[in-house]
Design a protein around this ligand. Structure first.
Ligand code: RIB
Ligand code: CA
Length: 327
């Protein structure tokens, strides 16, 4: 008997790496619905790109909703300089035939989680929609079983030296979510930097004869062209924790909070690794060194991914792409 697929809702700002994450989730998990948010590019593009990916993958039955187009306090500072003007790099996205749902994405989140408490929430963009849902319906904090979040970092940022883009775009929203009490698994830049998009990965995708693999190969080309071999599919790293848990080889439970006021650190995920300080200065932080479960008032609230198996990542990705050839 096959194991039941994990039910998930995905909240995303479909750009290049969100698209790859959707490809992985649609084939390997039970995607109940997808809400979209302004982030990498504006909401008009992120919702269109998301509908486009459901068409390319053949999962047009999965409903796509539009949420908020801008953060709670500040105007949207998008990342079109990374993902291209339309959000999917070189891909000219046609208007999908699949319609956008009429309900607002936050209404969908509230209604769905008030009726179900067995659906993991995957967040791949700014946390604006999720924060609004929690503010409007506080009971969601006791009904969302888990959040798997691509965001933040246990080390350096990308939007600023201290802050990662998803958190930096809407720090107030992130603080609300990280302090909600919902169990969170966080995949930050400290982890995603271990995944590299390589010419070999692009060539392997190109060798698979289906439209999904061809789309992914083009996305690989965009990342390679833009980053010269140092780019990652951040969102794909995050969803791998559910698709194939063996890809994430180390994690630590840490106290994490979001800086909202720092002049140079606004949007930083402040990860408290002090309980794991090594016995000697040169020793990497690790569970083995846990001196005490937590420091006073700093109980761990987030499981933070720390290491990734790159070979396993590529293996799972290419296997998924091959299975898109199956009818
Ligand atoms: O910092 C990387 C994250 O910000 C990814 O989710 C990317 O898609 C952007 O949303
Ligand atoms: Ca994203």
């Amino acid at each position: 008997m096959t194991t039941p697929r994990r039910k998930v809702i995905i909240d995303c700002d479909t750009g290049v790496d969100d698209a790859l994450a959707l490809v992985l989730c649609l084939k390997n998990l039970e995607v109940v619905g997808i809400t979209t948010v302004g982030g990498n590019v504006g909401l008009a593009s992120t919702q269109r790109n998301t509908r486009y990916v459901t068409e390319v993958t053949g999962y047009t039955h999965v409903p796509v909703f539009a949420g908020y187009d801008r953060p709670m306090l500040e105007p949207l500072r998008d990342a079109s300089y990374v993902h291209g003007a339309g959000g999917l790099g070189p891909i000219e996205v046609p208007e999908p035939k699949k319609p956008l749902e009429s309900r607002h994405g936050v209404d969908y989140l509230i209604e769905t989680y008030m009726a179900h408490d067995d659906i993991t929430l995957i967040t791949l963009g700014p946390l604006t929609n999720v924060a609004h849902a929690l503010l409007r319906e506080p009971r969601l904090a006791g009904r969302i079983p888990e959040i798997l979040c691509m965001g933040g970092s246990a080390t350096f940022g990308n939007a600023t030296p201290a802050a990662e883009f998803n958190i930096y775009t809407d720090p107030e929203a992130a603080k609300i979510v990280f302090e909600s009490g919902i169990p969170i698994r966080m995949v930050g830049l400290n982890l995603t930097r271990e995944q590299r998009v390589t010419p070999a990965l692009m060539a392997a995708a190109e060798a698979i004869d289906n439209d999904v693999a061809r789309m992914v190969a083009r996305l690989c080309g965009h990342v390679l062209d833009r980053s010269g071999g140092t780019g990652s599919f951040c969102d794909a790293c995050a969803v791998m924790w559910l698709v194939e848990p063996a890809v994430i080889t180390k994690s630590l439970k840490l106290h994490v909070t979001v800086e909202t006021r720092g002049e140079f650190t606004r949007g930083m995920t402040v990860c408290d690794t002090r309980p794991y300080a090594g016995a000697a200065p040169g020793v990497d932080i690790d569970r083995q060194w846990q001196s005490e479960p937590s420091l006073p008032g700093k109980a761990p609230n987030v499981e933070v991914a720390m290491d990734l198996d790159q070979e396993k990542f590529n293996e799972v990705l290419l296997d998924t792409l091959r299975r898109y050839s199956e009818t």
